[in-house]
Design a binder for this molecule. Structure first.
Ligand code: ATP
Ligand code: MG
Length: 571
């Protein structure tokens, strides 16, 4: 493509509405444009990358034996009523009526539609296992669409659904998708980790997210340095300390702590580090009462773990100030576990402390030198906290680091949730109807493009991984309007490279070299060839590599082989 004939301009200024780098760069480089909140048009350069992502996904899905289908975006409400999700899904589900007043939804996902297809088409175990996939537009009326296509309302998903006669086959299908996803994201040149995920309200046995590692990611992930253990922070278990609790050495005393509300303030006032101050949170129980959760001052409550514990309201709910006052006699800021009559659960690491500080359940006072057993009953032990850097890995090998990631894919063993609700059965080997087992496997195709940029950029622009770059080579002519020789050589090289099957973006614009080089950095095409008058006279071209910044002269007549030698070998 010739840039001189391309109508989309790059933008120098950082667009005010874009908070994260990928969104800024996608707007500045002219990959996407916003139509409405969370709804974007893909422009030619962006679309080329999007298509490359799709191609890799399609190839690996086909290779894994999955069958491509294309399901409608508009789905009848009856199917959602049948599955129960018409009532459960909430406002993310966009509902509409047709001219006959019949209710429809714009699909946020396609379990219902595919299960309906399966119950009509699949009759016998002999047709199983089977995996159907599509690459198709979804709509979710996200409460906070943001970060451009990273969290859009309309976005493209690859969704796949597999059907099985039994659980073992479902597990094998899941493993095959795990392998296919690993190949896809590797081929895309992304740094990613499969991460154990919470199966949440859907239940089901196994679930992993594929996370592209990036500091701006919305998800926190705990990864081990000793093996391939990686889990969502929500899920990562904090192991109990192995050291026994030290003996009590200080007497318990009440100290005045005026105007302190936070652990940091109490710690500073008393000169005791936060890890020896306890914080106590009062939450609702599931029986109308309240429960005290006790953590070390430097640790954070993990709501997902806490709400799974018996006796605790799920979802977790902090008690109202009135209930806190009624249960403890104090206000948040000076609450502690000593003398509480409600149930007290303490995190393992809080239970391992001796001579600690905690709220005294009296206005503006704390207790120092507090010890379990001696001063208060030993609380029930539980895992209540987020893991932190340096914690031992639950896998038993290595220590954990908490990193951030962008969820680009999610694979899930669904079991029989949808097939039961929609009565999708086949005849088994004995000729009896059996309910299908299902797996489902999603990829945020449009999100992948943003994630790739989030992980691959510098302060000047995008650094495309080669397999995703809109073009392989950027060809720049220096001042073509002033030099016919440069123009002619540029046109000839453009034709030659294109004929050789190389994807070339040709910057033949009559623009200042500075403008062209700035755009080159912004667009992030991996390989760049520059034709200038001086080089032409000497029979050389200039080659630049976007990622390394490397810059060298090379003979003009060997340019094709030279470029090929610089392309990254396909994975
Ligand atoms: P998230 O936690 O990010 O909302 P999800 O758990 O709702 O994701 P799934 O229902 O598993 O997502 O959808 C499959 C994939 O679709 C996700 O892994 C993600 O890559 C992508 N995706 C989900 N919601 C969006 C969105 N609003 N915009 C772009 N991509 C999305
Ligand atoms: Mg979501």
């Amino acid at each position: 493509m010739r840039l001189s004939q391309y109508p989309i301009n790059t933008v120098k200024e950082t667009p005010a509405e874009a908070e994260v780098t990928s969104h800024q760069l996608m707007l500045r480089a002219g990959l996407i444009r916003r139509l409405a909140a969370g709804i974007y048009t893909w422009l030619p350069l962006g679309l080329r990358t999007l298509r490359k992502v799709e191609r890799i996904i399609r190839e690996e899905m086909d290779h894994a034996g999955a069958l491509e289908v294309l399901m409608p975006a508009v789905q009848p409400a009856e199917l959602w009523q049948e599955s129960g999700r018409w009532d459960q899904y909430g406002p993310e589900l966009l509902r509409l009526k047709d001219r006959h007043d019949r209710a429809f939804v714009i699909g946020p996902t396609h379990e219902e539609v595919i299960t309906d297809l399966a119950r009509r088409e699949l009759k016998s175990y002999r047709q199983l296992p089977v995996n159907f996939y599509q690459i198709q537009i979804k709509f979710r009326d996200e409460i906070r669409p943001r970060f451009g296509v990273m969290r859009g309302r309309e976005f493209i998903m690859k969704d796949a659904y597999s059907f099985h006669a039994d659980e073992a086959s479902m597990a094998a299908g899941y493993d095959a998708m795990h392998a296919a996803y690993t190949r896809m994201f590797t081929r895309m040149g992304l740094n990613f980790r499969p991460v154990r995920a919470d199966t949440g309200s859907i239940g089901g046995s196994a679930s992993e997210e594929f996370q592209v590692l990036a500091d701006s990611g919305e998800d926190a992930i705990a990864v081990s340095d000793g093996d391939d253990f990686a889990a969502n922070l929500e899920l990562a278990a904090a192991l109990p300390p192995t050291q026994p609790r030290p003996a009590a050495s200080a007497p318990m005393a009440t100290v005045s702590t005026p105007k302190t509300r936070t652990i940091a303030e109490v710690s500073a006032l008393l000169g005791v580090p936060p890890e020896r101050c306890l914080k106590t949170l009062i939450v609702d129980g599931d029986d109308g009462g309240v429960v005290a959760l006790v953590l070390r001052g430097d640790h954070e409550l993990n709501a997902v773990k806490a709400q799974k514990l018996p006796g605790i309201a799920n979802p977790l709910c902090m008690a109202t100030p009135e209930r806190v006052l009624a249960a403890t006699g104090a206000e948040p800021g000076s609450i502690g576990p000593v003398g509480l009559s409600c149930r007290v659960l303490a995190d393992h690491s809080a239970l391992a402390l001796a001579d600690f500080v905690c709220g005294a359940n009296q206005r503006e006072s704390h207790l120092t030198g507090v010890n379990w057993v001696r001063d208060l009953p030993e609380a029930e032990a539980a895992d209540l906290r987020n893991v932190v850097n340096g914690d031992p890995s639950p896998s038993g090998t290595g220590t954990l680091t908490v990193v951030r990631g962008i969820e680009v894919g999610h694979i899930f063993q669904l079991g029989r949730k949808y097939s039961e609700a929609l009565k999708a059965t086949v005849l088994d080997t004995a000729g009896k109807p059996t309910t299908l087992f299902m797996g489902c496997y999603g990829i945020g195709v449009t999100r992948v493009v943003a994630a790739a940029i989030e992980q691959n950029h510098d302060d000047k622009g995008i650094l495309w991984p080669e397999p995703l770059a809109p073009y392989q080579v950027l060809l720049i002519t220096m001042s073509p309007a002033r030099s016919e020789a440069v123009r002619t050589a540029g046109d000839a090289l453009y034709a030659q490279l294109t004929a050789a099957g190389i994807e070339v973006l040709y910057d033949d614009r009559d623009a200042r070299p500075g403008v062209k080089f700035t755009d080159a950095e912004l667009l992030g095409i991996p390989h760049c060839v520059v034709i200038g008058e001086r080089g032409l006279a000497a029979g050389t071209l200039e080659y630049r590599h976007r990622r390394t910044g490397g810059n060298e002269e090379t003979p003009a007549d060997g340019i094709l082989d030279f470029l090929r030698s610089r392309f990254a070998p396909p994975v």
